[in-house]
Design a protein around this ligand. Structure first.
Ligand code: AMP
Length: 285
């Protein structure tokens, strides 16, 4: 496995692989890697000749400065994990390498995600998706992969990035990898390491509430009622502060109205637990 700190060195090596006809898969990350990231890397190794991962904590997608400043950084462990799972190339750039013209070079010109960013994370984290689109567009320009691997854990992000790829006519296929969870159902997240033992225990009920909503939907309970009950169940726990529980159409990301035809029905939540804000979602089978 080779680690590159500059886009020029990375592109030089990638050009050789491209010339040899190898397919390139790409896994963008912010580091502090865990088994969820490992699962993306494994999917990429299985589906591409060459696996490239990036580690870059992108400041433009953080709406909360304290969250950015306390974001865990574990470079040695990250490299070990990537190597263990068969990654070939790592791009670990400086801020200047990703944004040579400065951070405020703007988002992705002319992109308006409309209803895709009006609710949930888009509503609660102003500027977040503009920053995500900005960095992923930049990384895709540098790596030019055939396939981009994304986690279902960030459901709204996958919708926004797929829309960006369509708008910009980028020649990249996206693959969505299921969420990896702890034994009690808590979705793995780099931010989980900042929870106290009590907060960690309380966080286990986030997935249980999502399961309750999924069960209720399958038995035909009214959607708004289920959302309200899940919110209240979490509000009753002193260590949890839920921001939303929303059942929505996976295509439009608009709230689901009982009985409406949808291809993919999803329930998502964001919950503050101690110093961190966690998100999770479940697709209704
Ligand atoms: P991050 O480092 O948080 O920016 O995440 C990098 C990628 O890993 C994103 O595509 C995430 O959706 C994905 N990811 C994060 N947590 C998990 C998880 N628990 N299971 C699967 N994928 C995940």
């Amino acid at each position: 496995m080779t680690v590159h700190n500059t886009s020029s060195a990375l592109r030089e090596e990638l050009a050789r692989h491209r010339a040899a006809g190898r397919s390139i898969g790409f896994v963008p990350t912010m580091g502090a890697l865990h088994a969820g990231h490992a699962s993306l890397v494994r999917a990429c190794v299985a589906g591409s000749d060459l696996t490239v991962a990036s580690i870059f904590v992108n400041p433009t997608q953080f709406d909360d400065r304290a969250d950015l400043e306390s974001y865990p950084v574990t470079p040695r462990e990250d490299e070990w994990l990537l190597k263990q799972h068969g990654c070939n190339l790592v791009y670990r750039p400086s801020l200047e390498d990703v944004y040579p013209q400065g951070l405020d070079q703007g988002g992705v010109a002319g992109l308006d995600f409309g209803q895709l960013t009006e609710r949930m994370e888009g509503a609660h984290r102003p500027g977040h998706f503009a920053g995500v689109a900005q960095v992923v567009n930049r990384l895709l320009t540098i790596v030019q992969p055939h396939t981009l691997y994304l986690g279902q854990k960030d459901y709204q992000q996958t919708a926004v990035l797929r829309a960006m790829i369509r708008f910009l006519n980028l020649e990249v296929t996206t693959k969505i990898v299921p969420t990896v969870r702890e034994a009690d159902g808590l979705a793995l997240s780099s931010r989980n390491s900042r929870l106290s033992p009590d907060e960690r225990r309380a966080a286990g009920s986030i997935n249980r509430q999502l399961s309750a909503v999924v069960g209720g939907l399958l038995s035909g309970w009214p959607t708004r009622e289920l959302e309200r009950m899940a919110m209240e169940a979490m509000q009753r726990q002193s260590l949890l502060q839920p921001e939303y529980v929303e059942v929505f159409d996976g295509d439009t990301l608009l709230p689901y109205e009982d009985g409406a035809p949808v291809e993919e029905l999803v329930v998502a939540t964001a919950v503050r637990v101690g110093p961190v804000r966690l998100i999770d979602n479940r697709i209704v089978p």
